[in-house]
Design a protein around this ligand. Structure first.
Ligand code: ADP
Length: 631
């Protein structure tokens, strides 16, 4: 019986990995090498930034050794190492939120696609796919004692004292039946080349080189140690020497994504500031893009020394889907992680990087429409956040965001809309709804359709908040069609009919009372009997609902303005009616249906249903009363 039990989540994870993700077995090596590389990064940082470690002799390397007969594989690094506490905390619990979401997602997601393992990186535990027992022997840099962690991946783990000549970690795998194929020179070389070629530290493989005589008998055997990865930071190499394949391979290794990226951007800046950046846009938006605790995708290096991968300020939050690295020549190596945010050098790099990325996106929109559509499918929403958050780049971002429209298929942008505008048209119109379908169904669109005026369809919830803040594209004001004052270009004005409708208007006003801000005769409805609009400076009902959903309960309630179509039979029919109950029913329905069609909640659904039923049965009962009711 093992001394320590795994945290429940670890057991769950282990089970899932072993049973559902084995199609991607060989990634265990990538995970172990990446841990070793992180451990080397951490120590390298300390040797330059911390006095206590400066005297340490340190020649960072990773070694892989195997023994076919004993069925073992060892991955050895001379990095930071772990002490007793570290071993228990790191290899017995799951502290990372990413892994948690991974678990949640896996259990939800029946497909259990092996792609997921890539996106999340399940780390160390992946090794239990190929090992029946794992022993980790580690000594922390600066400490004298070594410790050993061991487990069969089923009933917990043991930690005991051990021996190790110097700091670092040895992960010893006792391979299971599936795993024995990795006790082999070629499969190791193959997996390292594929996944870990550009790890910035050398990876050495130790193997026996045998010579055979003519009869196939072993003549001699010599132990060889050979470096099997490229071992340089890819971003330091000249662009001209790098192929798309190199960039893609590096991406897969750094991001754990198994799909090639949509695009990459490698920049070397020389002059007043010297730095290199290598950015990637994933083909699929990172799974945690809309989680508050998303993991940033950009790592900071100073002169090839890894500093942090956990700084959300390296990129503006609306570009949080970008993966990659920033490597600066000018930042001090011992720059404290806390003061990075205010650092001028870093701010400059960040600004320049944002401009570069935006220019690249723009070029993509001009040169490759199909790829740009894929980009928009994934990243239109964060770009819209950028419209709102990044005032300095707003004009550039305006050229990038896309919308649906009442006139063209697929996506369109402000520039294309403007090119299609009639000479006389004064505004850019949009219909924003809780989703595309609702935005398209708005009765307010009728008048624009009849006048042949294009309306942009905005189906993301945030459009309601963002577009009023954006205000304009070039000289054209953006107008939400669901506002007063947005109808000047589409009005149909029949003075006589309006005059005749005034008494009806009064009846409805009286019936609805406090439920509405006002009731008006619409000059833009053609087919629908009613619609709701917001005052020119009021927040729309959709916006209020959205803010409330976000927890801003103190947002004052906004009352709608009801516009009625005086020519519609339902409205016109009220002229001759005095029955107050009947008027109240019709007025209530005119309001509630206008809310429903905009995807909004009616104040009292039960009352709405009763009204509808009363009106429906009213016709039946007045015209042909069923005989059974006669007595
Ligand atoms: P991740 O590497 O994504 O954090 P892992 O499960 O692979 O998740 O590893 C958990 C933790 O164990 C690491 O964060 C690190 O602190 C520690 N660790 C793993 N391997 C090593 C190693 N070779 N040297 C030092 N620490 C390690």
């Amino acid at each position: 019986m093992a001394q320590h039990q795994f945290q429940t989540e670890v057991s769950k994870l282990l089970e899932l990995i072993i049973h559902s993700l084995y199609s991607n077995q060989e990634i265990f090596l990538r995970e172990l090498i990446s841990n070793a590389s992180d451990a080397l990064d951490k120590l390298k940082y300390l040797t330059v930034a911390d006095e206590r470690y400066k005297a340490l002799s340190f020649d960072p390397r990773i070694d892989i050794l195997f023994d076919k007969e004993a069925k073992t594989l060892r991955i050895v690094d001379n990095g930071i190492g772990m002490n007793e506490t570290d071993l228990g905390e790191s290899l017995g619990t799951i502290a990372r939120s990413g892994t948690r979401s991974f678990l949640e997602k896996l259990t939800e997601d029946a497909k259990r696609s092996s792609n997921l393992i890539g996106q999340f990186g399940v780390g160390f535990y992946a090794a239990f796919m190929v090992a029946e027992r794992i022993v980790v022997i580690s000594r922390k840099a600066g400490e004298a004692e070594a410790w050993q962690w061991s487990s069969n991946g089923k009933d917990g783990y043991d930690i005991e004292r051990s021996e190790r000549d110097s700091h670092g970690t040895t992960v010893l795998l006792y391979l299971n039946e599936e795993g024995v194929k990795y006790a082999n020179r070629w499969s190791i070389e193959d997996a390292v080349k594929r996944y870990s070629n550009h790890i910035a530290f050398p990876i050495y493989l130790t193997y026996d080189e045998k010579e055979y005589d003519d009869q196939g008998h072993e003549k001699s055997s010599a132990v060889k140690v050979k470096q099997i990865n490229a071992g340089t930071a890819l971003w330091c190499r000249p662009k001209a020497q790098l192929s798309e394949k190199d960039y893609h391979e590096f991406y897969r290794q750094m991001s754990n994504d198994t799909t090639d990226p949509l695009l990459y951007l490698h920049t070397k800046a020389e002059g007043s500031l010297e730095y290199t950046t290598l950015f990637y846009v994933p083909a699929k938006a990172p799974f945690d893009m809309f989680h508050v605790d998303y993991k940033p995708g950009v790592k900071l290096y100073v002169k090839r020394v890894f500093i942090t991968d956990d700084d959300k300020d390296l990129m503006p939050s609306w570009l949080r889907f970008v993966r990659g690295i920033i490597d600066s020549e000018d930042l001090p190596l011992n720059v404290s992680r806390e003061i990075l945010q205010q650092n001028k050098i870093l701010l400059n790099i960040k600004h320049a990087s944002v401009k570069k990325l935006l220019t690249e996106f723009k070029a993509l929109s001009e040169n490759n429409k199909e790829k740009y559509d894929t980009f928009i499918e994934q990243y239109n929403k964060p770009l819209k956040e950028g419209l709102y958050q990044d005032y300095a780049n707003q004009d550039l971002i305006k050229e990038l965001v896309r919308f649906k429209s009442t006139v063209v298929e697929g996506y369109t942008g402000f520039a294309d809309y403007a090119a299609r505008m009639k000479d006389t048209q004064k505004y850019i119109y949009y219909s924003a709804g809780v989703d595309e379908k609702t935005a398209r169904a708005s009765p307010l669109l009728e008048a624009y359709r009849d006048k042949g005026i294009e309306v942009l369809i905005m189906g993301d919830e945030i459009d309601e908040i963002i577009m009023p803040a954006v205000g304009k594209y070039k000289d054209w004001e953006l107008k939400a069609i669901n506002r007063l004052g947005a109808d000047t270009e589409v009005t149909k004005h029949n003075r006589q009919a309006e005059k005749e409708a005034v008494p009806v208007l009064e009846k409805i006003r009286k019936a609805l009372g406090e439920r509405v801000k006002d009731v008006r005769i619409s000059r833009r409805l053609h087919e629908s009997p009613s619609c709701i609009v917001a005052g020119e400076d009021d927040p729309s009902l959709q916006m209020t609902a959205l803010f409330r959903a976000m927890g801003q309960g103190d947002m004052p309630e906004t009352k709608p303005i009801l516009e009625i179509n005086s020519e519609h039979p339902l409205v016109a029919g009220l002229k001759a009616v005095d029955d107050a109950d009947y008027i109240a029913d019709v007025a209530g329905i005119l309001l509630d249906q206008a809310l429903l069609v905009e995807g909004l909640k009616v104040a009292d659904p039960a009352a709405f249903v009763k009204r509808v039923n009363r009106l429906l049965t009213k016709d039946i009962s007045s015209e042909e009363k069923p005989a059974a009711d006669a007595d």
